[in-house]
Design a binder for this molecule. Structure first.
Ligand code: GRG
Length: 299
């Protein structure tokens, strides 16, 4: 119990420093770029849990790095995550008016500005890593940039989202399709968060492979937990029948496996993630706490 409590305190303390770094990461030069900076910051500072930056810092520290070594990449990860949420909410994608209980970026700033704010966040994320990572060997930074690029492109967020759009409305989506979508749409950024942190901290290729196993499992667990939350929360909010109807209108783990099956899948994935951390003992306490948080979270 005590290590878990200490780990939770660790996670909270990291969220505070990440929030400070994010706040300082975007500054307008004057009235000329005031509006786009405001739009970028609106989404960046809108109350995210900061799971990806904290994973990156925890993995870096686990392999002997410091949070200063990881912070530019941690900030970049949240910029990329924010960009993906802004674009995901656009009328051409999910057409959502609310995100984290607040009006979405395009509702507040208009569609054109929201697209530009997303583009600028994506571009700035790479600039931020290259400009502010200090005291880490250059080849590690280049490898981090390569992995970030892959995680955003056709083998990452964009590829996962594209397949999701292609399969929309079809009722023959398989578990394998669903896993492909989530491994890319959600898992790719969680994967690079952990592996980039490990690389910056000086992990060996064998350690990075263990972190790949860990992050692949938590990436899928994250989405299974999301589907379970969506189903239980809609059910609670809208009444049992309406909630269930809404939850089954898109293909989810709950739809393909049933609620009990999805819960068992989340447990199995977290066990796989924890198994990959076993050789690291107490050094992995923060990553272990994050894995538990991912399936136990309430939003
Ligand atoms: C423009 C290159 C480019 C890519 C964008 C729109 C898109 C392509 C991809 C969609 C990616 C997406 C929205 C995936 C869902 C990820 C997810 C599970 C979000 C929720 O993450 P949390 O729970 O959110 O960490 P908070 O609110 O805590 O930040």
């Amino acid at each position: 119990m005590l290590p878990l409590l200490l780990s939770r305190r660790y996670l909270y303390s990291k969220k505070v420093v990440v929030d400070q770094a994010l706040e300082a990461s975007i500054m307008p030069v004057g009235p000329q770029n005031q509006k786009i900076c405001e739009s970028m910051k609106y989404s960046l500072m809108a109350g995210g849990k900061r799971v990806r930056p904290i994973l990156c810092i925890a993995a870096c520290e686990m392999f002997g790095g410091t949070d200063e070594d990881a912070m530019p990449t941690a900030v970049a990860l949240e910029m990329i995550h924010s960009m993906s949420l802004i674009h995901d909410d656009l009328p051409a994608m999910d057409n959502d008016d609310l995100r984290r209980g607040k009006p979405t970026n395009h509702v507040v700033y208009g569609e054109a500005m929201a697209i530009l704010a997303g583009d600028a966040l994506l571009s700035k994320s790479f600039e931020h890593v290259a400009k502010f990572t200090k005291g880490v060997p250059a080849e590690r930074v280049v490898e981090v940039l390569r992995r970030l690029g892959e995680a955003v492109g056709e083998l990452g967020l964009a590829g996962g989202q594209a397949m999701d759009l292609e399969l929309e409305g079809r009722d023959d989506t398989t578990l394998e399709d669903l896993r492909w979508i989530h491994r890319h749409k959600t898992g790719a950024l969680l994967n690079v968060a952990v592996c980039a942190g490990a690389i910056l901290g000086g992990a060996s290729p064998k350690d990075v492979a263990a972190m790949e196993t860990f992050s692949d499992a938590i990436g899928l667990a994250f989405q299974v937990a999301d589907d379970i939350l969506d189903c239980t929360q809609t059910t609670e909010q809208l009444g049992k029948t309406a909630g269930k109807d809404e939850a089954v209108s898109k293909t989810t783990y709950v739809k393909l496996m049933g609620m009990d099956g999805a819960r068992a899948e989340a447990r199995r994935l977290v066990d796989a993630a924890l198994g990959a951390l076993e050789p690291y003992g107490e050094r992995a306490a923060a990553l272990r706490a994050l894995a538990m948080f991912i399936i136990e979270r309430e939003n």
